[in-house]
Ligand binder design. Structure first.
Ligand code: SF4
Length: 199
C-alpha cells in the first residue's frame, strides 16, 4: 500500500488492529452488498432509488474511513456515497492534504426522504437528518463495514454520525475538540463539508 503523508504522520501498523469483533452482520464485502441491497429494516427503503454503497479511491481497505450521516439526492441516483457537490468538495479537501487511501460511507445507506444539503434545492418540502431509529437499523451494516475496511483511523462528519458512532448525546462542539476511540480505532469528529448548519 502506498505510503501517504497522512499515514506516515499518523499512527502505526494496520496489523496491530486485530481486536475489533462486534456482533457483525456481514463478514465479507459480498455479504454486505447482498444484505444491504435487499434490506428493508427501516422505512427508508420505501423511498430509495437504490442502496448507496461506500466509495473509495482504489482500495476498500483504506487508511482513513470517513463516515457521513446519509445519502443525498445525487447519491441516491448513482448508488455511491459522497458523489454530489459535498462529495466533490470533500475530494478536493482530501486531495489537498495528500490523502491517498480513503473510504467514504454513511451511517444510513438509504436517502431520508427530503434530505438535502446546502447545495440542493429541497424537494418534498422536508429536510431532515436520519432518525435515531434509522441509524440504529443500519448500525450493524456500518459496524461490519468498519471491520471490513480495517482503517487506521476514522473521521466522522456531522453531529448525527458522531453521536451514532460514539454512542453519546454530548455537544457536537465538545466532540470535535476531543480525540475518541472506537474499539481499536482512533476517531476524530469534524463538520460535514456541505451542511455545517446541521452541527
Ligand atoms: S437505511 Fe439501512 S437499515 Fe434502513 S433500509 Fe436502508 S440499508 Fe436497511
Amino acid at each position: 500500500m502506498a505510503q501517504s503523508r497522512f499515514k506516515s504522520s499518523f499512527i502505526g501498523d494496520r496489523l496491530a488492529l486485530a481486536k475489533f469483533n462486534p456482533n457483525l452482520v456481514c463478514h465479507s464485502w459480498q455479504e454486505l452488498e447482498t444484505y444491504t441491497n435487499n434490506c428493508q429494516a427501516c422505512g427508508l427503503h420505501k423511498s430509495r432509488s437504490q442502496v448507496v454503497a461506500g466509495r473509495h479511491n482504489g482500495n476498500r481497505e483504506a487508511d482513513l474511513l470517513i463516515i457521513g450521516e446519509a445519502p443525498g439526492r445525487v447519491e441516491d441516483e448513482r448508488g455511491l456515497a459522497f458523489v454530489g457537490d459535498s462529495g466533490k468538495l470533500l475530494d478536493i479537501m482530501l486531495d489537498s492534504v495528500g490523502l491517498e487511501s480513503w473510504y467514504l460511507t454513511n451511517v444510513v445507506r438509504c436517502r431520508p426522504l427530503g434530505n438535502r444539503t446546502l447545495f440542493e434545492t429541497p424537494r418534498n418540502g422536508l429536510s431532515r437528518n436520519p432518525t435515531k431509529a434509522e441509524c440504529q437499523s443500519c448500525w450493524g451494516f456500518l459496524q461490519s463495514e468498519i471491520a471490513l475496511v480495517k482503517p487506521l483511523a476514522i473521521l466522522v462528519l456531522g453531529k448525527v454520525a458522531a453521536r451514532t458512532l460514539l454512542g453519546t448525546a454530548a455537544k457536537f462542539e465538545k466532540l470535535m475538540r476531543t480525540k475518541h476511540q472506537y474499539f481499536e480505532y482512533p476517531v476524530w469528529v469534524a463538520y460535514h463539508p456541505a451542511s455545517t448548519d446541521r452541527a
